[in-house]
Design a protein around this ligand. Structure first.
Ligand code: KIV
Ligand code: ZN
Length: 502
């Protein structure tokens, strides 16, 4: 079956950049435009040239360099605005002038203080004027979704009559809901006599979190161009997100049977990262398609099922959006299967009973730590492997320390199936602990070096201790890891002693 193409009109560089704090230099805009072209967007709205010399420069630069996508500039229905767009697009291979004029009663009354007939005359004049510079003119009746229907129909009909090739229907304030959008688009198709002479587009804002749903509803009602932005950035709560729209159409072929986009979805993730880096707008971890957690599984039940068959809990293949693979994030809800799999990926070949032990420690660690990184797991596995050869095993440690007391530590150590306890004072809690260990082991050990590092990031990171110890001319390096640095210190010291006595 021949699919009908929906034109993807990307306005990241115009409406997206209107997001408070998202401003971009012209070079940054060009970098994003190159990536948008690679992504396969049909139209790049590069800016609002009359707004500032910088915006003019950015649109000109994008127009000079982009060859595959159409480059578009925005203008109010005013001659100087339209002239600025036309001038900035002079070197474009394919250019489009996008003009807009509000049509809702609220805007007419409070923003313009103009009557409907004056607005209609302005729309007519501006469309005609824009067509003098460019064949490809798009007209947007701003705040269309809150406009009186009959008046909206008349404005659209006039713009088409004057040569607008695309009519865009903006839900400027993100007020609509999907059924309402469907009904509005249907009404436009049924009531504007020359409607088949133009492509109908939709432009949704996300004030109620409905921008994507509204855009998709409009597609079902017959629109064939969608305005959207990468990561959904835009004025106020943002615009409809390109990646969500494109992946919804691709994933739900059953609902969008005859529809396709020209987007190379494998470039989605890279584009999202670039826009996030250059605008400084961090993508929330739970953001659909491109968020850090979009293809991550934490719950044990989900992890187990995904490892057996991906489609149990994944409706898209992460590779389709340019993410190498879904991730199994280990946390307190994870199961043994996922842990074993991860350890294998990290290069540990361990018998089942070792994995059981590591799993026990892993659960203890997960209760103390929000996120378990690969380095945490490596530390756990190495600790487990070291313990295989243990002569002395640390059972517990208690320390008393403060600015006005002499630090004191008590250790319990298992040796040949018996538990021994010793207490000692020291220059600090670590020194006291090491002296207490010496009392149990009766080994005269000399500490040559001591190094403490954080294995991973965050306040709850595990501490990793490395010590070098000498006993009767023999030296050994010992390591220990724990969220408690005193415990890590004791483990490291005992590890070195174990190596020497073994
Ligand atoms: O939200 C809006 O109405 C706009 C127009 C300029 C299309 O961004
Ligand atoms: Zn907008």
């Amino acid at each position: 079956m021949n699919k009908e193409k929906v034109i993807i009109f990307d306005t990241t560089l115009r409406d997206g950049e209107q997001a408070p704090g998202a401003s971009l230099t012209s070079q940054q805009k060009l970098e994003i435009a190159f990536q948008l072209e690679k992504l396969g967007v049909d139209v790049i709205e590069a800016g609002f040239p009359v707004a500032s010399p910088d915006d003019f420069k950015a649109v000109s630069l994008v127009a000079q360099n982009i060859r595959k996508s159409t480059v578009c500039g925005l203008a109010r229905c005013l001659e100087p605005d339209i002239e600025a767009v036309a001038k900035s697009l002079k070197k474009a291979k394919q250019a489009r002038i996008h003009i807009f004029l509000a049509t809702s009663k609220i805007h007419l009354q409070y923003k313009f203080k103009k009557a409907e007939d004056e607005i209609l005359a302005l729309a007519k004049k501006a469309t005609k004027f824009a067509r003098r510079f460019c064949d490809d003119v798009e007209f947007s009746p701003e705040d269309a979704t809150r406009s009186e229907r009959e008046f909206l129909f008349r404005v659209i009909e006039t713009a088409i009559k004057e040569g607008a090739k695309t009519i865009n229907i903006p839900d400027t304030v993100g007020y609509s809901y999907p059924q309402e959008i469907y009904a509005l688009i249907t009404d436009i198709f049924n009531n504007v006599p020359n409607i088949n002479k133009a492509v109908i587009a939709i432009h949704c804002h996300d004030d109620l979190g409905l921008a994507v749903a509204n855009s998709l509803s409009a597609v079902l009602a017959g629109v064939r161009q969608i305005h959207c932005t990468i990561n959904g950035i835009g004025e106020r709560a943002g615009n409809a997100s390109l990646e969500e729209i494109v992946m919804a159409i691709k994933t739900r072929k059953d609902a969008f049977k005859d529809i396709s986009t020209g987007i190379n979805t494998k470039e989605i993730y890279r584009t999202s990262k670039l826009v996030s880096n250059l605008t400084g707008f961090v993508v929330p971890p739970n953001k659909a398609i491109v968020g850090r957690n979009a293809f991550s599984h934490e719950s044990g039940i989900h992890q187990d099922a995904v490892l057996k068959k991906r489609i149990t809990y994944e409706i898209m293949d992460p590779k389709d959006v340019g993410i190498r693979e879904s991730s199994i994030v280990l946390g307190k809800h994870s199961g043994r299967h996922a842990l074993a799999n991860k350890l294998k990926d990290l290069g540990f070949k361990l018998p089942s009973e070792r994995i059981d032990d590591i799993f026990k420690r892993f659960k203890e660690l997960a209760d103390k730590k929000k996120e378990i990184f690969d380095d945490d797991l490596i530390a756990l596995a190495e600790q487990e492997l070291r313990e295989k050869k243990k002569v002395y095993e640390l059972i517990s440690i208690r320390a008393l320390t403060g600015t006005d007391i002499v630090p004191e530590a008590t250790v319990k150590i298992k040796f040949k199936k018996r538990i021994y306890e010793a207490k000692s004072h020291g220059d600090g809690p670590v020194d006291a602990c090491y002296k207490a260990i010496d009392k149990v082991t009766k080994v005269k050990a000399k500490l040559l070096s001591y190094k403490l590092d954080a294995i991973t990031v965050g306040k709850d990171a595990q501490g990793s201790v490395r010590v070098e110890v000498e006993v009767k001319g023999k030296t050994a390096i010992g390591r220990g890891a724990s969220t408690d640095i005193l415990e890590a210190s004791a483990e490291a010291y005992l590890d070195a002693i174990n190596k020497i006595v073994v």
